[in-house]
Write a protein that binds this ligand. Sequence first.
Ligand code: GCO
Length: 453
Amino acid sequence: MPNPSLNHNMIRVTKDQFPADFVWGVATSAFQIEGASREDGKGPSIWDEFCQQPGVISDHSNGDVACDHYHRYESDLDLIEAMQVDAYRFSISWPRVRPTGAGAWNEAGLAFYDRLIDGMIKRGIKPYLTLNHWDLPAQLQHQGGWANRDTVFRFVEYAKGIHDRYGDRVVSIATHNEPWVVAVLGHETGIFAPGIKSRAIAAQTSHHLLLSHGMALRELRKDGATCELGIVLNLSPMHAATDSPEDQAKTRLEDGKLLRWYMDPMFKACYPADVWDDLGADSPLIEAGDLDIIATPMDFLGVNYYSRSVVSAKEQWDARKNGKAVSDMGWEIYPEGLTELLVRIHRDYPVPPLFVTENGGAFRDVLEDGKVHDAERTDYIVRHIEAVQAAMQQGVRMGGYMVWSFLDNFEWASGYEKRFGIVHVDYTTQTRTLKDSALWYQQFLQTTSNDRT
Ligand code: GCO
């Protein structure tokens, strides 16, 4: 039955216009949903510690309970199954499985992910695992964190341990989620954990993240990995606000900092010269051989896409003030940017198949009579799926698309105020309610164009 609350005209794209093996998923991350932050031997992460600092999280919240997914994973997996989704992209909490990031492993934490992964397999849901979705063990931060080259080796041990335990059961392992965010928001602007404000530390961090990615890939291949190995980047097209030479030059540099700084080393074994020069004395220390390791081939590249960036040399360009449609994050809704981005990556780099590993929007949802009529989110998702389709028509090899997010969850520095879920979470009762967008996705995944007249 079509969902009566949805505008039927919205349903333009159909699943059968995609290859049969195209993967449709939903995504979350450990810190944002699990809660149980001190249970069963879990160690603190940098986000547990960061949340204790006054004023850094807008609603003064933390990840102690979050969506209580640690205890509710069975019924959460039931919901994913009910939506007919093929794949679930989740992350492992490193300090849950190895509390201090070195030394002893925590069997109770490892057993949780056994249950989670087995629960997916039992339901026919493909596990897409991410190793680092930002929750570094706090103890490693006390020893310098990602700025310390030793952390690279701790990460490789972690990757090997996870692969040994789950590698034969998961479809894919991504090393890092959004290294730009870890480096820049965590270490340069400091609005995310660990809250450091130094461009030099941020640059060193980005190098170590990339190095640990390449090293982990090499080690997992040596260990005989059969699952797909890759990384997830947050990328956006950069558009200059005006044709002025200043805006154009700044746009090119910003593109270098966000995209080329990560893509060039991984696919061309070099850092972009313009960004390197701009860093000057803040450029990272790299050792002989690092770049070759970083450029280790991968099986897939995950792209997280939310919006484009518009760059002005004079001011912070504001989408809303410029009359653009925006989400509750203030991010411009710009689906054509996803097509542009995917086509550009495919054109400029020898990439493996691409996955949109995150795409979605925060909107001001209203729960009324057990329903959330989130037409804006549905429209956002439909238009972005169409944008993926348009990229494929231009020859881009795409492996899948995943909605961010399965559940409303802890949106980092915005706490629980911003809701990205296609499933609503009442944080008082932990009740889950499928929003109209989830019902739309379910219908999309069930329906072929022949069923609709
Ligand atoms: C990211 C992260 C997610 C966020 C989402 C919305 O892209 O920042 O992977 O954890 O919650 O993107 O901001």
